[in-house]
Design a protein around this ligand. Structure first.
Ligand code: FAD
Length: 289
């Protein structure tokens, strides 16, 4: 389908971009990789009168790695994340999850900021941001603010961003040395949106017990969700076969997914437990090395 008519601006600074969004009064939208907004416009699910292309704004670019953690600019593309060898060491859960995002062509254009703003509950990035306690840096007409990932997603394709706010970057806390992690999802074909997925990580103490457990799930609710019963089942335990079984059962029991044409609610409920079991088995094997 052809796109509806719209105006297009590509400002060179954040302040100009914010001013354009303000003037649009909710009818102007940022454009990053265009991999979600353009299909939505083609389907007439959104008809903004103005797209504000963020491509010329240098403040939105770059991956910074320091002792404090990792900061990734909003316009960093999936491809940039996968091509960054350091990220595989300092934030390995992120590239492991992003491997599952779409196909080569989409990964060459889609951005981390666009994905967070789009807030698709079936997307990998929002669930990873939740599991890793990421902080989203935002700028708008009222100035700058930080939003915890847990406060960003308010519903399917909905966020707490106001219409004049732009995601500038995402910050991830430093990755502890003894951290186990894994990302698992199931999709009918590789690269499709997942029927369900889980991101899991935990620190391992001197006795080999799991601490600071974080488990999140995608494609299970209107937003990515923390699986708190599964986390509680893991916290303080050595992640042996019994602990993994208990966490998987807790995950299946605590979720209340909807069924759709892709999978029934019952199937998704079982799938979450299965995926968490797979993730924790791989995570435990990583720390055993
Ligand atoms: C065939 C296909 C398959 C896909 N499969 C997957 C998949 O498996 N997993 C997955 O996660 N995604 C998938 N996607 C989506 C893809 O990852 C998108 O790139 C991503 O969701 C949005 O990023 P974008 O940069 O393209 O954003 P855009 O499409 O440019 O924008 C998306 C939304 O975010 C807003 N926005 C963009 N940037 C900002 C910003 N910096 N601040 C505030 N608001 C902003 C826009 O106004 C718009 O509302 C798929 C897309 C396609 C076309």
């Amino acid at each position: 389908m052809k796109l509806p008519q719209f105006d297009y601006q590509a400002p060179a600074s954040l302040s100009e971009a914010v001013a354009l969004l303000m003037a649009g009064n909710g009818d102007a939208r940022p454009l990053s990789g265009g991999q979600s907004i353009l299909p939505i416009m083609a389907f007439r699910l959104a008809e903004p009168s103005l797209l504000v292309d963020l491509r010329n704004i240098p403040d939105l670019r770059g991956i910074e790695i320091s002792a404090a953690g990792v900061r990734i600019g909003a316009m960093v593309r999936w491809r940039d994340i996968l091509d960054n060898a350091q990220l595989k060491v300092v934030l390995p859960l992120l590239p492991e999850a992003i491997e599952h995002v779409a196909h080569y062509q989409v990964r060459n254009r889609g951005t981390i900021g666009g994905s967070l703003a789009h807030a698709d509950p079936a997307s990998e990035m929002p669930a990873v941001a939740l599991a890793l306690d990421a902080v989203i840096e935002v700028v708008g007409a009222k100035g700058k603010r930080d939003i915890a990932a847990g406060d960003l997603f308010t519903g399917s394709l909905s966020t707490s961003l106001s219409h004049d706010e732009i995601i500038v970057a995402v910050r991830f806390p430093a990755w502890p040395a003894a951290r186990a992690y894994a990302f698992e999802e199931f999709a009918r074909r590789r690269g499709d949106f997942a029927l369900a997925g889980v991101a899991a990580c935990y620190d391992v103490d001197a006795q080999g017990r799991a601490k600071n457990v974080r488990v999140s799930a995608l494609s299970i609710a209107d937003t990515p969700i923390r699986l708190k019963a599964a986390e509680a089942a893991m916290e303080g335990r050595v992640m042996d076969a019994d602990a993994i079984k208990a966490a998987s059962a807790a995950a299946s029991a605590e979720v209340d997914p909807a069924g759709d044409i892709h999978a029934s609610a019952r199937y998704r409920k079982a799938l979450v437990g299965t995926l968490l079991g797979r993730a924790l088995t791989r995570a435990a094997a990583r720390t055993a090395r």
